[in-house]
Design a binder for this molecule. Sequence first.
Ligand SMILES: [Zn+2]
Length: 273
Amino acid sequence: MELLEYQQPTTNHSMIDDIPEAIRETVETPQKSSLPVAILATLALGIGGIAVGLLMFLFPIKSSPQASTETVTDQATSVIQETSEPEINDSPTAETIPEPEPIENVLGHLPYEQAKPSELAPITADGSIQLKKSAATEFLKMQSVARRQGIILTPISGFRNEETQKYLFFEVKKNRLQDTSTRAEVSAPPGYSEHHTGYAVDIGDGLVPATNLSPKFANTPAFRWLEKNAARYSFELSFPQDNPQGISYEPWHWRYVGDRHSLETFYKARNLK
Ligand SMILES: [Zn+2]
């Protein structure tokens, strides 16, 4: 009954800190030790003993043969103090730098942050298709140079919010009776589309619109022109043939990588599982 009464306060933070004091008291002035102090000391030694045993089991090198009872008591004390402050961990395993966590992907697609409306600029006359300002400027430059060479680069889709992507993924999946992984090969799940960033644009050949969003786009003059010139405007293919993400070849889907933010957006996300 009395033991129970004194076990209760040991969970208290300040009580645990006081335990080493109790040990010293019993060693230096044994005549002063009252019954509760003796119980506490026994408890502390018991916990200390278990802790030392654990420590020696986990780090056998640390337990040198010349370790006296005094150093053992010191170790026990420090173990008790450490366990009372779990945030401060001096164990050697804590010093090793943890491996960076691989970025979560869903069926090969990576998570992307959605661009804010204020960061977007239109790339079509009616304003229905938008890109991040830096990407929009370069796209329009690229488009006008291509036009002078007889190539019509038609934007089909630019920035898309998660709501639109939800429709494109789930509704089209239902209508086409596709299973999830088949759908993911041709469209990203909401939250995982490069179109959320405002840096990705789907491009068609204005002279061969039948090839829009089709692998056949790869055979058009527009695609051949892009292959040769898009890099000049910092656009690159996101999903070339046999891409490491396992996404179907999308010759129409290009992304802007011409500034620091866009580079970070796409190249930080490369650490696939
Ligand atoms: Zn696309």
